[in-house]
Design a protein around this ligand. Structure first.
Ligand code: GDP
Ligand code: IMO
Ligand code: MG
Length: 429
């Protein structure tokens, strides 16, 4: 298949960055299409580690990168990230990076409102990244957002800021947070404009041309299906649609252009922030997974909650997002565990269900139903062929395939780019 979309099949941080980087060798263009700098994608290439939030992971291989209209862009964060990766030796220029003119901007009041609301929620906080993602998407659907193209129109900026600040300053004041001065925000945007505008264009036009020329597009998802604003564990979700269909609307291509949908899942489960997590471990095994897997948020540094692989949840993620092949990452983190558990469904009161229900109370009440499998004592770390894997690891992966009702395409056995087992090449389908 010409194009591939990479999406998270759990609650994020599955290793999408590593997989996109691995696949990017055969792609012509890499496109981000939703989310913002709440994402943190880690790529390890030899001695160098790259942490990307807004920039598509194809940059590390020098591929053309596109930030689509569905992304919410904090211009300050974007410029800081460009400076950071340049210092690591990567080249970023209008030849390698294109930004959609109709993407929405994240401005300082969005982060301020995000954080003030979280504080006001107290115990019921979502655990957002505090980057202003939710408020920026709210402004987009409320039709008051400032977009990238507005940077070229000082008068539009001036007029739009009046409406935007009327809204945000009222909310901020009601939460006891400092308000924003229009002239200061305007002056900063006008100062940033010449640094951003050289990258800006109608990216849909370029993607259409590339597609017609038979070029391969790799769509890089952020967050994951269980954080999707419709299909995730609402309200403990992010504010965008993370399912594969969003690749089309968030980049400006038709649904047929999305191509093969590749879902990424860890060999266990993690979650950052609040919300239901039926297979969560509160014991030493969970702590051990966190330590061996270095489970700390790339963006916020918060420790990630850890648990057993939830096959019922991944099956659900596969169904609602049309995942056609699965990548299982971090298999090596399970090395040495005597036995492993797989969650196959939930008990809610006296009912047994195979999927996570939509209701908040029902989700919170879901008790995992586990089946137990033998672990392995030999190492799977850095294995590059299926045949080298410990037999118990193969049995574990086969059982996952059965339970989630999707075939495994790749297995990842370390953070390093090439420590990847290919079962089935997603670009070959
Ligand atoms: P993303 O947000 O989905 O791109 O994932 P993150 O980069 O936030 O988190 C995944 C972490 O696991 C990163 O630190 C990766 O370097 C690391 N990683 C990816 N694949 C593997 C793997 O197969 N084994 C191990 N041990 N670490 C991995
Ligand atoms: P990547 O792309 C893991 C989580 C936050 C919080 C919820 C809402 O690296 O997988 P937001 O700031 O988006 O309003 O926060 O979503 N979250 C992520 N968790 N990985 C991510 O991105 C995430 N992006 C957001 O922790 O629970
Ligand atoms: Mg991440």
């Amino acid at each position: 298949m010409a194009n591939v979309a990479v999406i998270g099949a759990q609650w994020g941080d599955e290793g999408k960055g590593k997989v996109v980087d691995w696949l990017a060798s055969r792609a012509d263009v890499v496109v981000r299409y939703q989310g913002g700098h709440n994402a943190g994608h880690t790529l390890v290439v030899g001695n160098e580690t790259y942490k990307l939030s807004l920039l598509p992971s194809g940059l590390v291989r020098g591929k053309l990168c596109v930030i689509g209209n569905g992304v919410v862009i904090d211009p300050e964060a974007l410029l800081a990230e460009i400076a950071r990766v340049r210092a690591q030796g990567l080249s970023v220029s209008p030849d390698t990076l294109r930004i959609a003119d109709n993407a929405v901007l994240i401005l300082p009041m969005h982060g301020a409102l995000d954080r003030a609301r979280e504080e006001a929620r107290g115990d019921r906080k979502i655990g957002t990244t505090g980057r202003g993602i939710g408020p920026a998407y709210e402004d987009k659907v409320a039709r008051r957002a400032i977009r990238v193209c507005d940077l070229a129109e000082p008068e539009t900026l001036d007029a739009k800021l009046d409406e935007l600040l009327r809204h945000h300053n009222t909310l901020l004041a009601s939460l006891g947070a400092p308000t924003f001065d229009k002239q200061t925000v305007l002056a900063r945007l006008l100062a940033l404009a010449p640094e951003i505008l050289p990258y800006v264009e109608p990216v849909w036009e370029r993607l259409d041309t590339l597609r017609q020329a038979g070029k391969r597009i790799l769509f890089e998802g952020a967050q994951a299906v269980m954080l999707d604003v419709d299909h995730g564990t609402y309200p403990y979700v992010t504010s965008s649609n993370t399912v594969a269909a969003t690749a089309a609307s968030g980049a400006g291509v038709g649904p047929h252009s999305v191509g093969f949908v590749l879902g990424i899942a860890k060999a266990y489960a993690t979650r950052v922030g609040s919300g239901p997590f039926p297979s969560e471990l509160h014991d030493d095994i969970g702590k051990g997974l966190g330590e061996r897997g270095h489970e700390f948020g790339t963006v916020t540094g918060r420790p990630r909650r850890c648990g057993w692989f939830d096959a019922a949840m991944v099956r659900q993620a596969i169904k609602v997002s049309g995942i056609q092949g699965l990548v299982v990452t971090k298999l090596d983190v399970l090395d040495g565990l005597k036995e492993l558990k797989l969650c196959t469904g939930y008990r809610i009161g006296d009912k047994v269900v195979k999927h996570l229900p939509a209701g908040m109370a029902a989700q919170a009440a879901a008790e995992p139903i586990f089946e137990t499998m033998a672990g392995w004592t030999t190492s799977s770390r850095s294995m590059r062929t299926w045949a080298e894997l410990p037999p118990a690891a193969i049995a574990y992966l086969r059982r996952i395939e059965e339970l989630v009702e999707a075939p495994i395409a790749l297995v990842s056995t370390s953070p390093e780019r090439d420590d990847t087992i290919v079962v089935r090449d997603p670009f070959a389908d």
